[in-house]
Design a binder for this molecule. Structure first.
Ligand code: SME
Length: 324
């Protein structure tokens, strides 16, 4: 049997074994064992994304490194770049992490569920150049049969001009579980609304969102966010002007950055010009006074820079592609 035939048979066996099984650890353990035994690799196993790093999961083979950072080694790169990395010769791969000196070539396949990398499958060989496009294609197919990983609630901070309307709009999107308005990425301690209003504090009026990634992806939330802003306008949304009304996407999770960059690039292409939306890690955030929270629910005829039609759009929005 050639490699394609072996993979094709293996994929069927793996799928059979996975059916009806929804424990991810058990599934990763058996999947690693089946791949390992079929091809006699040196090391076959999983690292899971846990607490902002890769953590060793079920594997076959010798003892391995337990923690791998975002963007580090072949595994951390596959996570960061959200793509399979094939390394024909580990000695020629800058930053390769040598858990074992026996390993000569390697392939790392990200496990992507609902648009997120939840784990990576890492395979090491004692021979050079073991892996090619065929391995890539089939292993990418095989990891699709893993059951769904648990996903913790996630958060993102979005500045979209006046936060009264922005909160009302973003809160209506299905999958958003919590919102609060406040001030992000400024230069003073505990800013009050009045201080931020002077435009001297560097703060942006911002909505802090929590969302259920099983219901809505970050990508979809950002696409909705772009419908409610003019991303080409600097420090002005509607009639509101000043640096406090700038647009911005502030993230806590490093691994959110590539998704933000992809959405930004797609939007920039639509507009055919560079965008004025600030993208930065969240440096600080202070919630605004209760008076400003859910302002438009408490004051339905209060000032709002967003057109009413947008709220309907948010109410009806559904992230159909969350499993991309
Ligand atoms: N070589 C990997 C580390 C994991 S071990 O190969 C099991 C890397 O560079 O990410």
């Amino acid at each position: 049997m050639n490699k394609i035939e072996r993979y094709s048979q293996l994929a069927k066996q793996v799928e059979g074994l996975m059916t009806g099984e929804n424990d991810v650890v058990a599934a990763m353990a058996n999947m690693a064992a089946m791949i390992h035994n079929e091809f006699g690799f040196w090391w076959t196993g999983f690292y899971r994304v846990v607490g902002g790093e890769l953590l060793l999961g079920p594997f076959q083979g010798p003892v391995a490194c337990v923690h791998i950072g975002y963007g580090k080694g072949v595994c951390g790169t596959a996570w960061k770049e959200r793509r399979t990395v094939v390394v024909p010769d580990v000695e020629e791969y800058p930053g390769h992490i040598a858990c074992s000196s026996e390993s000569r070539s390697e392939i790392v396949v990200p496990v992507i569920q609902r648009d997120r990398v939840v784990a990576v499958l890492d395979i090491d060989s004692r021979e050079l150049g073991t892996f090619d496009e065929v391995d890539k294609e089939w292993l990418e197919k095989i990891v699709l049969s893993l059951p769904q990983f648990d996903m913790a609630e996630s958060e993102i901070y979005l500045a979209a001009g006046c936060f009264w309307g922005a909160e009302k709009y973003l809160k209506l999107i299905e999958g958003v579980t919590f919102t609060e308005v406040g001030f992000a990425n400024g230069n003073t301690e505990n800013p009050t609304y009045k201080e931020a209003y002077t435009d001297q504090t560097g703060y942006a009026e911002t909505v802090h969102l929590r969302y259920d990634p099983r219901v809505v992806s970050l990508r979809f939330l950002l696409e909705m966010y772009f419908k409610a802003i003019d991303p080409t306008s600097l420090n002005k949304q509607g009639e509101d002007e000043g640096t406090r009304y700038r647009t911005g996407i502030y993230y806590k999770e490093l691994s959110d950055r590539p998704i933000i960059d992809e959405v930004m690039a797609a939007e920039a292409k639509k507009y055919g010009m560079p965008l004025q939306v600030e993208v930065e890690p969240l440096r600080n955030f202070y919630a605004a006074d209760e008076y400003h929270q859910d302002y438009l629910d408490k004051n339905p005829s209060g000032y709002c820079h967003l057109p009413v039609a947008l709220f309907d759009l948010a109410r009806k929005a559904k992230d159909h592609n969350k499993s991309r």
